[in-house]
Design a protein. Structure first.
Lengths: 331, 164
């Protein structure tokens, strides 16, 4: 017999290193010869979209197209340290560093523009389309390229380096109390499963994922992260088992260590919840790890709802589910 | 050593190879088609997928000799960087790529599907890429991309029909 059940789970997750550990990202912004703007950060791209998001943040501050940004990363001889691509921290931490460095760079750019345009002050200067212009008299303007050419003649470089340090406090070692992380990311997932009471097999037939993101920098990539997190969580809940025996991994190949295929997953309904974080770059927070967390508990709750058994050890394989159904004497 | 003839991405090759050379090694090491990725090396992950006579195969499981007299398409034969295939364009447009390692295989599985079935359902698409494992994307954006590419290809097909 096939039985259906629904389950939900909520989670909150502190991003960054936390617990008082210094969590620092540094970014360097430079005006390049042709008037392009380079961002140097030691942030690693592993497919999560750090390069895209950091370029977006930088281009937003200067009002330029993303194509006018040259992003230099993953080369420690050329970039400052921006910490690890871990702890779901790059968008928030390095994103903040890029934003602050770009704002600092813009001030310097305005000072150069002031000299070049023969102005009294840099007040009222703005940037758009790789131009610096006076808001009250837009004909008074220069271009990034002109500024770059002037600097090249003078053998000078225009650059700004700034760091961002996340605010974290250490927990009390005696009581374990405190506020170890900032910020936190929240989510709530719901799934519907169908459990075959004869074979113990679980099919996920519906999934709804609501994810708080602060501000959605790049909705398509956020959806991609949610999809991927759901797949990892589903594999963790139902299939994936290293099979450690005396310190050795028994399931050391894909024929034994089963990860979900496209056929094992339902269509995932995604809801991006925006509630800008005041300390985040344009309000954004990290979601890399959070998107994975509620999946397994939601699935296990749905299994309970379907067949009345609590699975307490992952993965919830057909054998374990059948065993649990038998010993509970239910269904 | 043994002589084989085969056609890769429209070009004929006449080669002398070791009898036990795998197809993936011929493609990558001898012919330089490094877009074909080796993942597990035992036919489970699909990263090394190529199209052989219209069908997808795991190039890590085939001996190069088995490709004698046959036509092979690798990712290099699908499109060039400045002239992408609609499937590749669609993958880029719709956020289908994260780390990218499975993507050449995914694109080839998609190509083999759309060559046979011009208007696949999402279930058909999931079936077609079920031999290609992906650890990053959860497959959904890849399914979206293949579905959208099928629409673009159908539209182009009907347009070129009208021109005739």
């Amino acid at each position: 017999m096939k039985k259906r059940g629904k389950g939900i789970a909520v989670s909150f997750y502190g991003t960054g290193y936390g617990n008082g550990f210094p969590d620092v990202s540094t970014a360097t912004i430079r005006l390049e010869d042709e008037g392009k703007i380079s961002i140097s950060v030691g942030a690693t791209e592993v497919g999560q979209g750090a390069k895209t998001v950091l370029s977006q943040i930088g281009s937003e501050v200067l009002g330029i197209e993303i194509e006018d940004i040259v992003l230099i990363n993953e080369d420690t001889s050329k970039t400052p340290d921006s910490g690890t691509a871990a702890a779901s921290r790059q968008t928030y931490n390095t994103g903040n560093a890029v934003k602050i460095a770009m704002e600092s760079f813009r001030k310097k750019l305005f000072e150069e523009s002031k000299e070049l345009l023969g102005l009294n002050t840099s007040i009222g200067l703005e940037t758009k389309n790789k131009e610096v212009y006076l808001k009250m008299f837009p004909q008074k303007k220069t271009t990034f390229k002109e500024i770059a050419q002037k600097l090249k003649k003078q053998k000078r470089r225009l650059e700004a380096t700034e760091s961002f340090t996340a605010q974290t406090t250490e927990m009390d070692p005696e009581t374990g109390q405190g506020a170890p992380y900032w910020p936190y990311t929240f989510n709530c997932y719901g799934v519907e499963v169908e459990v075959d009471t004869e074979t113990g097999k679980v099919d996920i037939i519906r999934a709804l994922c609501a994810q708080d993101v602060g501000r959605a920098m790049n909705p398509t990539m956020i959806e991609g992260q949610i999809d991927g997190g759901f797949a990892m969580g589903a594999g963790y809940a139902l299939f994936e088992d290293l099979g450690l025996k005396e310190g050795r991994i028994k399931n050391n190949k894909f024929s034994k260590y089963i990860i979900p295929t496209a056929l094992d997953l339902p269509e995932i309904e995604k809801f991006i919840i925006e509630d800008p974080e005041s300390t985040g770059p344009f309000g954004a927070k990290g979601i890399g790890e959070p998107v994975m967390i509620p999946v397994a508990p939601a699935i296990l709750n749905a299994i309970y709802n379907a067949v009345g058994v609590r699975i307490l050890e992952l993965p919830a394989t057909p054998e374990k589910i059948l065993q649990a159904i038998k010993s509970y004497g239910k269904v | 050593m043994i002589n084989i003839k085969l056609n890769v991405n429209g070009k004929d090759y006449d080669l002398e190879i070791e009898e036990d050379l795998r197809l993936i090694d011929l493609l990558r090491d001898r012919l330089g088609f490094t877009g074909t990725k080796e993942g597990c090396g035992e036919g489970e992950c699909g990263a090394c997928t190529v199209i052989l006579e219209g069908k997808t195969v795991n190039s890590c499981l085939l001996l190069a000799i088995q490709a004698h007299g046959k036509e092979i398409t690798t990712i290099e034969g699908i499109g060039k960087e400045d002239d992408l295939h609609p499937i590749q364009e669609s993958f880029l447009e719709n956020g289908a790529v994260q780390c990218g390692y499975c993507i050449p295989g995914m694109v080839l599985s998609a190509k083999a599907l759309l060559d046979k079935n011009k208007n696949p359902t999402r279930k058909d698409i999931r079936e077609a890429i079920s031999g290609n494992l992906c650890r990053c994307t959860g497959y959904e954006k890849i399914v979206d991309s293949i579905e959208k590419a099928s629409k673009i290809l159908q539209q182009r097909g009907s347009e070129s029909h009208e021109q005739l």
